[in-house]
Design a binder for this molecule. Structure first.
Ligand SMILES: Nc1ncnc2c1ncn2[C@@H]1O[C@H](COP(=O)(O)OP(=O)(O)O[C@H]2O[C@H](CO)[C@@H](O)[C@H](O)[C@H]2O)[C@@H](O)[C@H]1O
Length: 474
């Protein structure tokens, strides 16, 4: 079965967040299960592209409105990622360094989708499934069905995965002309609230949609930035399939990004060694519990609550614990966190920016990982933390609810709280500090955490079952 995954991100080619992790891993595990899964993404002028070799497998020109665009499809020569990787390059439009935030982002993603469709159409390819991820490829299910250019492919089953329902990629009707010839009687399918909304359009037009956790499937009907009613109406098409993690990339026994490797049989020694290295780098005492946060500093992640909650906790538990942040995002939150660091230099440190290797060291060397998310479609950080014996402190929402069980009354292995609030975060910190004092219990919980299995095996199979339900003859 031949599958094309379409995505704006894919680890290690270009990563901004969890979308990259999933698209860099799921196809690999699907191929191990006997499928032929490939990834198609925009070309970014980044390290991976500069350091690897590509063949040009297709060249053509297409139209974006009245603008003629020349494009190439490049294929990575060795398939070393465990899947075929194809890049869509359009000189002057899709050949830049950053993944997002260009003023002509709408044009970039429309052109990406048109170039992909032109390529598979003209080269007479007939994939069994086209699997689109997030709004950046959300117009493909519509174009396949309702553009005269692609009638040969009109019956290709499409699956659309929602990694983040807050971002829709909406744009004004004045840009309709960027789309190739479409059936104008169907333009209502593009619309949500007076704008062209690629996420809404994908949900309406795809054959099936999935969310990255079962709880998030339900939550979209109550909180999806204005699409609640749509998700309610279309819910019969939806499936919640929990993300897995790439256990080859995220393995404390072999991880090249952590100085001291460790396994479930010698957690305490290994973690402590990594913690000492991490603490030396950030001027902390390694004898105190270390709570960390990694992620985009945005309201969705509850990042705006962190500075107030930590200030209160520092005062409540004077000198008793340390707190480290790795992230970037809203400027106001970055400033608040840097101010917190300057007021509590011995207890708090903040690294503003993106650093993959540092993230690995933090998962390995921290005792607790804070995730006070308001919205969390799945969350991968808690799964990485568990794999490295670091206890997640999570708000009960989305995938966090589906993957973390409280160590208290529920007999699990994490800390959970109900509200994204300063009070609940402070309570969680207090619980973490009490647990840290009980070393026997902490070590036993770490063993439980590291023995959990969140690998892709089960989830990859669920996707395959879904694909099979759409292509019964295969
Ligand atoms: N400053 C930084 N430096 C280094 N690494 C950093 C970093 N900030 C974040 N990361 C890394 O980026 C990834 C973030 O994963 P999340 O699941 O939290 O992602 P995100 O919210 O982007 O994704 C969306 O998609 C994913 C995948 O489906 C869902 O799990 C999630 O709930 C949804 O919001 C992790 O690998 C983390 O270590």
């Amino acid at each position: 079965m031949r599958i094309f995954h379409l995505s704006a991100e894919c680890y290690p080619v270009a990563k901004v967040g969890g979308l990259a992790d999933v698209v860099g891993a799921l196809p690999k595990y699907q191929n191990l299960a006997g499928l032929q899964a490939a990834v198609v993404m925009p070309y970014y002028n980044r390290k991976f592209v500069q350091e690897n070799e590509f063949d040009t497998v297709f060249q053509a020109s297409t139209l974006l409105g009245t603008r003629r665009l020349y494009f190439e499809i490049l294929k990575e020569k060795t398939d070393k990622l465990g899947f075929e990787l194809y890049l869509v390059k359009i000189p002057g439009l899709i050949d830049r360094e950053e993944v997002y935030s260009y003023p002509d982002e709408t044009e970039q993603f429309i052109a990406f989708q048109i170039a992909f469709l032109d390529w598979i159409n003209y080269s007479q390819q007939s994939p069994d499934i086209i699997h689109c991820h997030d709004h950046h490829s959300g117009l493909v299910p519509f174009l396949l069905k309702h553009s005269k250019l692609y009638t040969r492919l009109a019956n290709t089953p499409t699956v659309f995965t929602i990694h983040n329902g807050q971002y829709h990629g909406a744009f004004g009707w004045d840009k309709l002309a960027y789309l190739p010839e479409i059936d104008l009687y169907k333009t209502g399918l593009l619309d949500w609230n007076g704008a062209i909304n690629p996420l809404a359009c994908a949900v309406k037009c795809c054959w099936k949609y999935t969310t990255v956790s079962p709880t998030y499937l339900y939550e979209l009907t109550i909180n999806s930035n204005g699409l609640e009613y749509l998700f309610y109406m279309e819910h019969a098409k939806g499936f919640g399939i929990l993300n897995g993690i790439d256990t080859e990339v995220w393995d404390p026994k072999t991880d090249p990004m952590i100085p001291k490797k460790f396994s479930v049989t010698q957690i305490a020694k290994g973690k402590q060694a990594d913690k000492e290295i991490l603490c030396t780098r950030f001027d902390f005492s390694p004898d105190k519990p270390l709570i960390s946060f990694i992620g985009r500093l945005v309201v969705e992640k509850g990042a705006d609550l962190i500075a107030s909650a930590m200030e209160r906790s520092f005062n409540e538990h004077e000198g008793k614990f340390n707190f480290l942040v790795l992230g970037a995002g809203d400027k106001e939150t970055e400033t608040e966190l840097l101010e917190l660091k300057s007021f509590y230099p011995e207890q708090c440190n903040v690294f503003i920016g993106y650093d993959e290797a540092l993230a690995h060291l933090i998962y390995a060397g921290s005792d607790f990982l804070l995730m006070p998310s308001r919205v969390e479609p799945c969350g991968l950080n808690q799964l990485y933390a568990l794999r490295y014996g670091t206890m997640p402190m999570v708000r009960t929402t989305g995938g966090l609810k589906d993957t973390v069980i409280d160590f208290g009354d529920e007999g699990g292995y994490g800390i959970r709280y109900n509200n994204a609030s300063v009070e609940d975060i402070c309570d969680a910190v207090s619980r973490a500090l009490v647990l840290y004092e009980n070393n026997t219990q902490l070590q036993s919980l770490r063993k439980t955490m590291m023995s959990l299995d969140f690998s892709w095996d089960r989830s990859a199979k669920e996707y395959i079952d879904l694909y099979k339900s759409l292509t019964p003859i295969i």
